[in-house]
Design a protein around this ligand. Structure first.
Ligand code: BDR
Ligand code: CA
Length: 319
């Protein structure tokens, strides 16, 4: 049993699936649960995908919870065509995995977040790699958790580079800018792993070929899933020559912040028309001496990629 406990809050999703693998494989943390969100797919499918990926990785004990099914300011959610293109309609690159033996828990994801904050306090790391709707709801229901949770390392936002769904907005923040702003303006200790660093941390078919060579089900399925994502990146972002490791990088940074250099600053999320979803320094709190957000600006890609491949290859070789 490790001291550090991690909760993933995912819209699973191909890179979310790699985030699960990284969290399972990392030696110095216990993955205590996965909260499901909408985004790349609808929430129930996100939960099923997480359950299937856990099963593929031989993890039958990690509970999966259902989170909110739409943003805090809407009544329903539809998957954006670009998300379906990038992740496939089933969220895992149209790769077929056996129906999961388990079902999501009956407790809500929001209640699980609150109870875990009370139980584990500073040892708890929350890694949201989808919209921030669940975390914002948990904060609203139990504001004390903002002073209990050790750290929230989120994949989302863009400070020094343009957005990926609008000139200013990154996809996860764009799904629910109001919730994201509530999270950024809370007392939570936050690390923002945004497009500034995730677009510099890339995987190619050279790496997925290594998984394929392991001759295991997990190695082959993950190679199929991620190759789909790499093929889409060739169309949507040909200049990158690989796919971005958005979500697994957030898990890596959560466990080892030395992988990135950061700017400590109070942030807010713009919710007004043209700037909707922009993550930027909060003009009202610029002089505050104790900023609560560390924004990742540069990343040691080589160290990260080596670690990513060591962890995942070892895990896939056993499954
Ligand atoms: C983020 O959006 C989602 O599509 C990905 O899974 C990632 O979390 C990248 O902007
Ligand atoms: Ca995601």
């Amino acid at each position: 049993m490790a001291t550090r406990k991690m909760i993933l809050d995912l819209d699973t999703g191909i890179d979310d699936a790699m985030a699960i693998a990284y969290a399972v494989a990392a030696p110095d943390v216990d993955l205590i649960g996965i909260v499901s969100s909408y985004g790349n797919v609808l929430t129930p499918l996100s939960a099923q995908n997480s359950l299937k990926i856990l099963e593929l990785l031989g993890q039958q004990d990690v509970p999966v919870f259902l989170g909110e099914s739409h943003s805090s300011t809407t009544t329903q959610f539809e998957v954006m065509p670009i998300s379906a293109q990038i992740h496939g309609k089933n969220g895992i690159g149209e790769v077929s995995l056996p129906t999961a033996k388990r079902q999501p828990e009956t407790k809500s994801g929001v209640d699980f977040l609150i109870e875990s904050a009370h139980t584990y306090g500073k040892d708890l790391i929350v890694v949201p790699t989808g919209p921030l709707t669940n975390l914002a709801k948990a904060l609203k229901q139990a504001p004390e958790i903002q002073n209990e949770i050790g750290n929230v390392t989120l994949m989302g936002g863009a400070l020094t580079v343009p957005g990926n769904v609008s000139p200013v907005a990154e996809a996860n923040i764009n799904q629910d800018p109001t919730a994201a702003d509530q999270v950024f303006e809370s007392n939570l200790n936050i690390t923002m792993v945004g497009l500034d660093v995730t677009l510099r941390t890339l995987l190619t078919k050279n790496e997925t070929a290594q998984w394929r060579k392991l001759n295991t089900v997990a190695g082959e399925k993950f190679a199929d899933i991620v190759d789909y994502y790499i093929d889409v990146y060739k169309i949507t972002s040909p200049h990158l020559h690989g796919c971005a490791l958005h979500d697994p990088l957030a898990v890596g940074v959560a466990l080892d912040p030395s992988l990135v250099s950061t700017l400590d600053i109070n942030m807010f999320v713009d919710t007004t028309k043209e700037m909707r979803g922009r993550t930027i320094g909060d003009p009202a709190r610029l002089t505050d001496q104790h900023p609560n957000v560390s924004v990742a600006l540069t990343v040691n890609q080589d160290t990260y990629l080596k670690r990513f491949m060591t962890y995942l290859s070892e895990l896939f070789s056993q499954n």
